[in-house]
Design a protein around this ligand. Structure first.
Ligand code: NAD
Length: 457
């Protein structure tokens, strides 16, 4: 836990101005990249220990994404940091207007366990690029990665610049926030805890970014390429055993193609993970017994079409497909966050919309269709954080796209330049010359209304 003394030293370091220059920020991002490369093997080991991720999956979904993000930042940071001249209106004639981007100060990043490296460091890199000091609170539920994160960060950054605060969130975060005012809190996790953090932050008027979860629909229209839809839904659902905030939570499929889709999904699972997924190199484990028990309970809430076998001692649950699931069941009311995929048929878009409305504001939405008309209709009708047409998950991997949710799935977005903007604030400055000094702008204003109306438009 970060003691008050540590937090005060972080504040003093920030106030010294040391973190503000382009040269400093660039150097720190390079150090972070170097450290990640140096610890590549240890990263794979930690992610395997916590979640049984393969090296390839760990690179694809954690390390590789981080390195790509740092590369984008190093390439563009100087440009992003440049003060931006903007237009000046007639009323302020002869003046010039500029937007400077100021760091926020001391930022707290709270991370979850499902991508324990990437979701802690992606935000931290944005905060570094923004010229801030950072306190990172990793998830205690992914202990191997939490320990490694601390090792990496401590080796390259002094504690008054980037600090790792370990422990259970409720205690560590509450205690830090009682004794210290952060300038921003970046939280990734569940909507319930997000709400608690928002309430805590409000007491000191601390702005927050909330990256939360929810139920993400994958919609398969009758005109979709069913084999491609099945492959992409299956890889989106069963990566990290479904423990992905943007995983397709459930499928809404046009009734006319439901049977074809079920067959294609079953085939895709077999192709990806073989006949015995418990021994698959590519298939992970559930994070802990509590989550495992919740998931096993879902198996009773419909018909199992594929999968459904489990091994409690290995925290393993097969990639599972279910149909005949009631909209009233927990399976359709809670974020599943595991490898159980309910498939719900629909006849009309209105019917599908009414299912989505039960769990509004999904973080992600995936639509499979060959029709650009349908595509535009879905995009303009449903509020969702972000998503894909004819794909799943991959919008997260393009740093040119902002990533974030709305309503129940969060507020604020990041990645690439959006991270830089999130971790800085626009400081607006209007500069006036002495040589131009209109008398109508000074009292007495009596009789000047006509002139004022002319210039203030
Ligand atoms: P969680 O909310 O339980 O925990 C997240 C972090 O908050 C952890 O570091 C934890 O220690 C801390 N924490 C827990 N209780 C706290 C409290 N009372 N006060 C302060 N901090 C507290 O979430 P989780 O189980 O780690 O992650 C799963 C959830 O996160 C899912 O809902 C998932 O959808 C969501 N998620 C969202 C994203 C996204 O980018 N939007 C990414 C990954 C996960």
């Amino acid at each position: 836990m970060a003691s008050t003394v540590v937090l005060q030293s972080i504040r003093a370091f920030y106030n010294s101005g040391a973190t503000r220059s382009y040269a400093f920020r660039k150097q720190q991002l390079k150090k972070l990249r170097q450290a990640l490369l140096q610890h590549e093997e240890e990263i794979y080991k930690a992610l395997y220990a916590d979640l049984k991720k393969s090296r390839e999956e760990a690179y694809l979904t954690e390390l590789g994404l981080m390195l790509a993000e740092i590369r984008i930042m190093l390439k563009n940071l100087r440009q992003w940091m440049k003060p931006q001249p903007v237009a000046t209106n007639l009323f302020n004639f002869a003046s010039s207007s500029t937007i400077y981007r100021d760091p926020l100060g001391v930022v707290l990043v709270i991370a979850p366990w499902n991508f324990p490296l990437q979701l802690a460091l992606m935000a931290a890199a944005g905060a570094i690029a923004g010229g801030n000091c950072v306190v990172i609170k990793p998830s205690e539920l992914a202990p191997a990665t939490a320990v490694l994160l601390q090792k990496i960060i401590t080796a390259i950054f002094p504690p008054e610049y980037v600090y790792v605060a370990q422990g259970a969130g409720a205690e560590v975060v509450t205690e830090m926030m009682q004794s210290f005012r952060f300038d921003h809190i970046f939280f990734t996790g569940s909507p319930g805890v997000g709400g608690a953090i928002y309430a805590l932050a409000a007491q000191k008027l601390v702005p927050v970014t909330l990256e939360l979860g929810g139920k993400n629909p994958a919609i398969v229209e009758a005109d979709a390429d069913i084999d491609i839809a099945a492959k992409r839904i299956a890889v989106g659902k069963y990566t990290n055993s479904g423990q992905v905030c943007i995983a397709p939570d459930y499928v809404l499929v046009h009734a006319s193609v439901k049977e074809r889709l079920l067959k294609a999904l079953t085939k895709a699972i077999k192709n990806f993970y073989g006949d015995d997924p418990v021994n698959s190199y590519d298939y992970g484990k559930i994070i802990n017994r509590k989550r495992f028990d919740t998931l096993i309970n879902y198996l009773r809430q419909g018909n199992i079409v594929a999968g459904g076998k489990y091994k409690a001692d290995a925290l393993f649950l097969e990639p599972t497909i279910m149909d005949g699931v009631s909209l009233e069941s927990d399976l359709m009311k809670e974020e599943i966050f595991g490898p159980v995929l309910p498939v719900i048929p629909f006849e009309t878009m209105e019917e599908a919309l009414s299912v989505i409305a039960i769990n509004p504001d999904p973080l992600a939405l995936y639509l499979f269709t060959a029709s650009s008309k349908k595509e535009q209709r879905w995009i303009s009708t449903v509020p969702f954080g972000g998503g894909c047409i004819n794909n799943t998950l991959v919008h997260f991997s393009n740093p040119a796209l902002p990533f974030g949710g709305l309503g129940n799935s969060g507020m604020g977005s990041y990645h690439g330049e959006y991270s830089f903007k999130l971790f800085t604030r626009p400081k607006a400055v209007l500069k006036s010359p002495a040589w131009f000094d209109l008398s109508i702008k000074y009292p007495s204003f009596r009789g000047k209304l006509k002139m004022i109306k002319m210039i203030l438009r």
